[in-house]
Structures are given as structure tokens and as C-alpha cells.
Design a protein around this ligand. Structure first.
Ligand SMILES: Cc1cc2nc3c(=O)[nH]c(=O)nc-3n(C[C@H](O)[C@H](O)[C@H](O)COP(=O)(O)O)c2cc1C
Length: 188
């Protein structure tokens, strides 16, 4: 008997625009740690204009339409972000604002997992808390556990931005597995 397997497609977004971003490196590491039958596409946010409802709707810029089209293919999302001033970095919040509008919003009602890395000691806890009301407003379904809070990130990646910390790899794998299971529960 052939066992049918359901494929899950994720879209991943890094909240940092830096070329040598640890969070982008963590997203790329996650790409290598995906569970079976899960794929991921990384969506870029650096070229999006600042949100302005005067140019939303019919006047929406092409860069925003392209971004939303990538998101529309996702069964679920993976956001990997630094914490800026105890909150969500503006570039990432801006991207989410563009994705959130209209009945054809490609993110509302979908599962999401959140990871964050910082050189500091608290691993982006406040940024992750700041995301809760955003998920709530968008009726997104967040993975609650495990949390991926990568503190002192500079000790967990080598100079080529490769993840070398086994404990971090393990928790990333566990969260991706949890996202897969959550998505399967809500798919169709
Ligand atoms: C504008 C700004 C605000 C920051 N605020 C915080 C903060 O609130 N908490 C924290 O742990 N680190 C903070 N940092 C330090 C970042 O965590 C650190 O720069 C991190 O490496 C950024 O992630 P990236 O390597 O993916 O770009 C801040 C950095 C910047 C540039």
C-alpha cells in the first residue's frame, strides 16, 4: 500500500536587511534542518516601500504584488528576526503590513513560527512578545512551543555564518517539526 504524504510549503522572512545578518543565517540554517516533505522559499523585504494606503489596492507597487504572490503560495510562515528597541524591526513590520491588507491577504489565518537571534542575553524575548498581538489581529496560528530564542548568537555561528551549536540546531528542528504538525492540522 502506498502511503500518501502531504507536502507543506513554507515562506521564510528575515527581519534583518544586513548582508551578514545572524538572523538571515539562522533562516538559512533552518532551510537545512527542515522535516520531511517540507519546502521553504525565502521572501525578501528590503525593496518594499513604506506602507501607505494611498498606494495600496489598485495602485499597489509591483514589488508589493510580487512579494504577496510569493506569500500566497505558503501553507505557513517562518519569521526569523532580531529585536530592535525591544520590538519588531520596522522593515519586518512594514512587510507584514503590506501583506495584511485585503480579503486576499496571503498571511491571515495561516500558521506561523517565530525565531530570533541576538548578541544579547535574552534572545529576542521582547520582540517575540511584541508579535503576539500582531498574530492575534491577523488570526494567525502561532507555534507556541518550543520557542527559539538564540542568545549570544556570535558564539553559535562560525565566521562563515554557519550554525555550529548543536543545541540550537536541535531546537530549530523541533520548532520546524511543530510548525509542520500544526500546519497539517489546519490544512484543508
Ligand atoms: C536599531 C537597533 C536596535 C536594537 N535593539 C536591540 C534590542 O532591543 N534587544 C537586543 O537584544 N538587541 C538589540 N539590538 C542588537 C541586535 O540584536 C544585533 O545587532 C543583532 O545582531 C541584529 O541581528 P542581525 O545580525 O540579524 O542583523 C539592536 C540593534 C539595532 C541596530
Amino acid at each position: 500500500m502506498k502511503i500518501m504524504s502531504t507536502n507543506i510549503h513554507l515562506v521564510g522572512i528575515s527581519g534583518s536587511l544586513r548582508k551578514v545578518s545572524y538572523n538571515t543565517a539562522l533562516l538559512k540554517a533552518a532551510q537545512e534542518l527542515l522535516p520531511e516533505n517540507v519546502t521553504i522559499e525565502i521572501a525578501e523585504i528590503g525593496n518594499l516601500p513604506l506602507y501607505n494606503s494611498d498606494i495600496d489596492g489598485e495602485l499597489r507597487p509591483q514589488s508589493v504584488n510580487d512579494f504577496r504572490n510569493i506569500l500566497a503560495k505558503a501553507d505557513a510562515f517562518l519569521f526569523v528576526s532580531p529585536e530592535y528597541n525591544y520590538a519588531i524591526p520596522g522593515a519586518l513590520k512594514n512587510a507584514i503590513d503590506w501583506a495584511s491588507r485585503g480579503e486576499d491577504s496571503p498571511i491571515i489565518n495561516k500558521p506561523v513560527a517565530l525565531m530570533g537571534a541576538t548578541r544579547g542575553l535574552w534572545g529576542t524575548t521582547r520582540m517575540q512578545q511584541a508579535f503576539r498581538p500582531v498574530f492575534q489581529y491577523l488570526n494567525m496560528i502561532p507555534v507556541n512551543k518550543p520557542e527559539v530564542l538564540v542568545a549570544q548568537v556570535q558564539t553559535k555561528f562560525d565566521s562563515n555564518l554557519q550554525l555550529i551549536d548543536e543545541q540550537t540546531k536541535s531546537i530549530v528542528r523541533q520548532q520546524l517539526e511543530a510548525l509542520k504538525n500544526l500546519t497539517l492540522r489546519f490544512k484543508d
